[in-house]
Design a protein around this ligand. Structure first.
Ligand code: PMP
Length: 430
């Protein structure tokens, strides 16, 4: 963040022609930065500053940036076939077979381009299957930008228990058809199902709500959702857009042993290439067009570069060792941070699962978004921003998760901890 001449020029030009200067709500930073290169565990800004990347583009980058095997597979595919957009390609068949092989709920696979598209499609399909209009989501989870789900992620205290739309311009009727409940609270789900049993088409859940860091489902919560939805004739949708391929080739559903009706995958599936999948039971998936009456289309669905990237990423993950490496280093980072904080007398709870870790500036336990209202937001952001100033990029927004990838090394984690010690030692008292 030292020299800012190059960054400033790009950011000023960006502001002139791109609304807000960035192409996604969450990409704006409080300092001028434009990215020009990324490789392995690092990215570089327009002034040549290097950052160790824990952001991983919100999760897709699991093998490291610009991975040679992924690049080679994309190049090879593109030299043979680019987007034709009729019939099916050999690559799409191979990918659908691969996903079915690994993901317990994936009897069939439909490819689209983003997590939002996949959750949109999942909800439309659940409405068609059940003939019911409403869905249930949880406070603190994110499932994309469309009207049925774009609400109640990081809500201010006064909006908890009420609707908290993320955007202007959303259709009130859609908002009204989404019920928002506290995560890890089966009783609340049961009560709602009892009172509105013939309204609820689906319960959609981030199996680990990584959009508020790393909040683990309590023992029995996901199993309970399975039982309740089944009894009520509603569909259970696991949103594995973050957890899929990152925690396990079969998603978190393979780890927890609960099989949903439908699931959504994206992000780490293709190491940075745009692709997503809606997967699920054949009896439901066959309702999608053209076999069934649920309209499903998309010019770029199954585009060869992304499918080749997904196949190459899955191949690399199948070789083995990637998850173990990431989990071990994330544990080293989490334990190290926790130790430093306690040595310095700083209140911190480091949550971790697999390759994801997040320091919360509060005491545990943390079971829901409501618990996170105790997080010290000011300290959280100050810590992240200070880490960035020292070349360790942790998104400078409270509650955001950090990701370890295959390209991170033990030396990277050691350096991170050294810098964290320095930063936390100079943390201003309140
Ligand atoms: N579901 C989850 C759990 C996510 O984290 C995200 C993206 N952060 C989405 C869905 C939406 O995915 P996309 O940004 O690719 O539309």
């Amino acid at each position: 963040m030292g020299n800012t001449e190059g960054n400033l020029q790009w950011v000023e030009r960006a502001r002139r022609h791109i609304p807000g200067g960035v192409n996604s709500n969450n990409r704006a930073l409080p300092w001028p930065m434009a990215i020009v290169r990324a490789e392995g565990a690092y990215f570089y800004d327009a002034d040549g500053n290097r950052y160790l990347d824990y952001h991983a583009a919100f999760g897709p980058i699991i093998l490291g940036h610009n991975h040679p095997a992924v690049n080679a597979a994309v190049r090879e595919a593109m030299e043979r076939v680019d987007l034709v957009g009729t019939a099916v390609t050999d690559l799409e068949v191979l990918l659908a077979e691969k996903i079915s092989e690994h993901v317990p709920s994936a009897e069939m696979v439909a490819l689209c381009n983003s997590g939002s598209e996949a959750t949109y499609l999942a909800i439309r399909l659940a409405r068609a299957v059940t003939g019911r209009p409403s869905i249930v989501k949880f406070q603190g989870t994110y499932h994309g930008w469309h009207d049925a789900v774009a609400m109640n992620v990081i809500s201010p205290p006064e909006r908890i228990g009420r609707k908290d739309p993320l955007s202007q311009g959303m259709l009130q009727e859609e908002i009204d058809h989404t019920f928002v409940l506290p995560f890890n609270n089966l009783e609340a789900v049961g009560e709602l199902m009892d009172s509105r049993s013939d309204e609820i088409a689906a319960v959609i859940v981030e199996v680990i709500p990584h959009n508020i860091g790393c909040v683990m489902p309590k023992e029995g919560f996901l199993e309970g959702l399975r039982t309740i939805t089944h009894a009520n004739g509603s569909l259970l949708i696991f949103d594995e857009v973050v957890t899929g391929f990152r925690h396990d080739l079969g998603g978190y559903q393979r780890i927890c042993g609960v099989t949903p009706d439908l699931s959504t995958f994206a992000k780490a599936m293709a190491n940075g290439y745009p692709i997503a999948a809606l997967v699920g039971k054949a009896e439901y998936m066959e309702r999608l067009a053209p076999g069934g009456g649920v309209f499903f289309a998309g010019t770029f669905n199954g585009t060869p570069s992304s499918v080749a990237a997904a196949l190459a990423t899955i191949r690399e993950l199948e070789v083995g060792g990637v998850h173990e490496h990431c989990f071990q280093l994330a544990e080293m980072a989490a334990n190290g941070l926790q130790e430093i904080a306690s040595e310095l007398g700083i209140v911190m709870t480091v949550a971790r699962f697999g390759s994801v870790f997040v320091p919360y500036f509060m005491e545990g336990p943390i079971e829901s978004y409501e618990d996170l209202l105790r997080n010290d937001t000011e300290r959280d952001i100050w810590f992240r921003r200070s880490m960035c100033e020292h070349g360790v990029f942790m998104l400078p927004t409270a509650l955001k998760r950090n990701h370890v990838g295959a390209a991170h090394t033990e030396a990277d984690i050691a350096m991170t901890l050294e810098i964290a010690r320095q930063v936390l030692s100079s943390m201003p008292a309140h």
